[in-house]
Design a protein around this ligand. Structure first.
Ligand code: NDP
Ligand code: MG
Length: 384
C-alpha cells in the first residue's frame, strides 16, 4: 500500500486542520508535502512544525518573515501570493492536491493542479459551482480524478462505486436543516450572527456555517453534485435529516437505496478521499446504532428558505448564473457576518442579483470571472 503525497491548500481552516489530523493519524499512508495558509500564520507554523511539509505558500513576504520566525525546520520552498499558490498546487512532490480554500479563491489553484496532472481531493464546492464544466473537462483532458471531500458527495461517491450510471435513478442529498430548521418564518429577520454560527451538528468555518443556516450550502451542493456525477439537476433531491448520520443516498432504478453513514466528523470523508480506493483502519469511532436510537427525515421548507429553489433555477438556467448565485451569496454572507444586513437579506440579495443577470453562456473562464465580478458589485450595491 503506497503513501499518498498531498498538497493541502487551506491548511489553517476547519477542513485543513481535520486533514492534518488525518495525516498525523495515518503516517506512512498520507504525507503532507505542501501547505498553504492565508491570514492565520501562527496556525500554519504549528501544523507545518508537526508535519514538516517541504513547500509552503503564504500571501506575501511579510507573512513569510512571520512564518520563518516560528518554523522549527527549514522547508525547501516558501511561495508567495496567488501565483505562489498555483505553483504549490503543481508541486512536483505531490500526487494529490486537497483544495480546502473557502470561496472562489480555490478555483485558480485547482485548475493549476489539474494542468500539472494532480488528482484533486475537493472540499471547496464553490470551485464546481462557478466553473464545473471547465474544471471537469480539464480534469478529463489531463487524466485527473476529482475525489469529493464534501461529506454528501463523498457519501454518494461511495454509494456509486462499481455501479452502472444507467441504473441510477436519483441522488438524495441529506441536509441537517441548520439551526433554524424549526423556527417560524417571521422570526428569521431577528436572527443574530451568533445564532446563525451555532450549527447543530457540524463544526466548520464561518462562511459554510452561514450557508448551512440559509440552506445555500445545500443549494451549492446540488450544483456541485450535478458536475461531479454528471446527473441532471432534476434528478437531485434534498431531504432534511437533522442527526447528520446519513451523509447522502443513491436511489437505483429498482427502487433500492444505498446510504453512507458515519458520525458527523469531516475526518471520515477526508480520510476516504486521501486513501481511496483503500479503506484504512484509523482512530475514527464507528456508529453505535442502539445509542443513536432514531434517524429522522423531513421535507425542506422551500418557501421559508428559498436557497434550494434559487440553486435549482441557477442550475437550470446554466451558463454564468450559478457563478452569479455563488458570488452574490459570498458577498451577502460577508455583509451579514459584518452585521450590516439581516439574515433573510442574504437570499433576497442573491435572488435580486440573479434576476438582473441576463442569461449568457459560460464558454470561457474569463466570461465566468467577469460575471462573478459584476455579481459581487451588484450584491454589494444592493446590500448597502
Ligand atoms: P475555513 O474558513 O475554516 O478555512 C478557509 C481556509 O482558506 C483557511 O485555510 C484560510 O486561511 C484559507 N483562505 C481564505 N481565503 C483565502 C484566499 N483568498 N486565498 C488563499 N487561502 C484562503 O473554511 P472551511 O475549512 O470550513 O471550508 C473550506 C472549504 O471546504 C469551503 O469551500 C467549504 O464550503 C468546504 N467544506 C467545508 C466543510 C467543513 O466541515 N468545514 C464541509 C464540506 C465542505 P487562513 O485561515 O490562514 O486565513
Ligand atoms: Mg456538505
Amino acid at each position: 500500500m503506497s503513501c499518498r503525497n498531498i498538497v493541502l491548500l487551506g491548511a489553517t481552516g476547519s477542513i485543513g486542520r481535520s486533514a492534518c489530523r488525518v495525516a498525523r493519524d495515518l503516517p506512512g499512508r498520507v504525507r503532507i508535502t505542501g501547505m498553504s495558509g492565508f491570514r492565520n500564520i501562527d496556525r500554519l507554523a504549528a501544523e507545518a512544525n508537526a508535519l514538516r511539509p517541504e513547500a509552503l505558500a503564504v500571501p506575501d513576504g511579510a507573512a513569510e518573515a512571520v512564518l520563518r520566525a516560528k518554523l522549527e525546520y527549514a522547508p525547501a520552498r516558501i511561495f508567495h501570493g496567488e501565483e505562489g499558490l498555483a505553483t504549490l498546487a503543481g508541486w512536483e512532490g505531490a500526487d494529490t492536491v486537497l483544495v480546502a480554500i473557502v470561496g472562489t479563491g480555490g478555483l485558480q489553484p485547482t485548475l493549476a493542479a489539474i494542468k500539472a496532472g494532480k488528482d484533486i481531493a475537493l472540499a471547496s464546492k464553490e470551485v464546481l459551482v462557478v466553473a464545473g464544466e471547465i474544471v471537469m473537462a480539464q480534469a478529463a483532458k489531463h487524466g485527473c480524478r476529482i475525489l469529493p471531500v464534501d461529506s454528501e458527495h463523498n457519501a454518494i461517491f461511495q454509494c456509486l462505486e462499481g455501479r452502472d450510471p444507467g441504473q441510477v435513478k436519483k441522488l438524495i442529498l441529506t441536509a441537517s436543516g441548520g439551526p433554524f430548521r424549526t423556527w417560524p418564518a417571521d422570526k428569521l429577520r431577528m436572527v443574530t450572527r451568533d445564532e446563525a454560527l451555532r450549527h447543530p451538528t457540524w463544526r466548520m468555518g464561518e462562511k459554510i456555517t452561514i450557508d448551512s443556516a440559509t440552506l445555500f450550502n445545500k443549494g451549492l451542493e446540488m450544483i456541485e453534485a450535478r458536475w461531479l456525477f454528471g446527473v441532471g439537476i432534476n434528478r437531485i433531491d434534498v431531504v432534511i435529516h437533522p442527526q447528520s448520520i446519513i451523509h447522502s443516498m443513491v436511489e437505483f432504478i429498482d427502487g433500492s437505496v444505498l446510504a453512507q453513514m458515519s458520525h458527523s466528523d469531516m475526518r471520515f470523508p477526508i480520510q476516504y478521499a486521501l486513501t481511496w480506493p483503500d479503506r484504512i483502519a484509523g482512530s475514527l469511532p464507528p456508529l453505535e446504532f442502539a445509542k443513536l436510537g432514531r434517524l429522522d427525515f423531513e421535507e425542506p421548507r422551500c418557501d421559508d428558505f428559498p436557497a434550494l429553489d434559487l440553486a435549482r433555477q441557477a442550475a437550470e438556467r446554466g451558463g454564468v448564473v450559478p457563478a452569479v448565485l455563488n458570488a452574490a451569496n459570498e458577498v451577502a454572507v460577508a455583509e451579514f457576518l459584518a452585521g450590516r444586513i439581516a439574515f433573510p437579506r442574504i437570499w433576497e440579495v442573491v435572488a435580486a442579483v440573479m434576476e438582473r443577470t441576463p442569461d449568457a453562456g459560460a464558454d470561457s473562464l474569463e466570461a465566468l470571472l467577469a460575471a462573478d465580478r459584476e455579481a459581487r458589485r451588484e450584491a454589494a450595491r444592493l446590500a448597502a
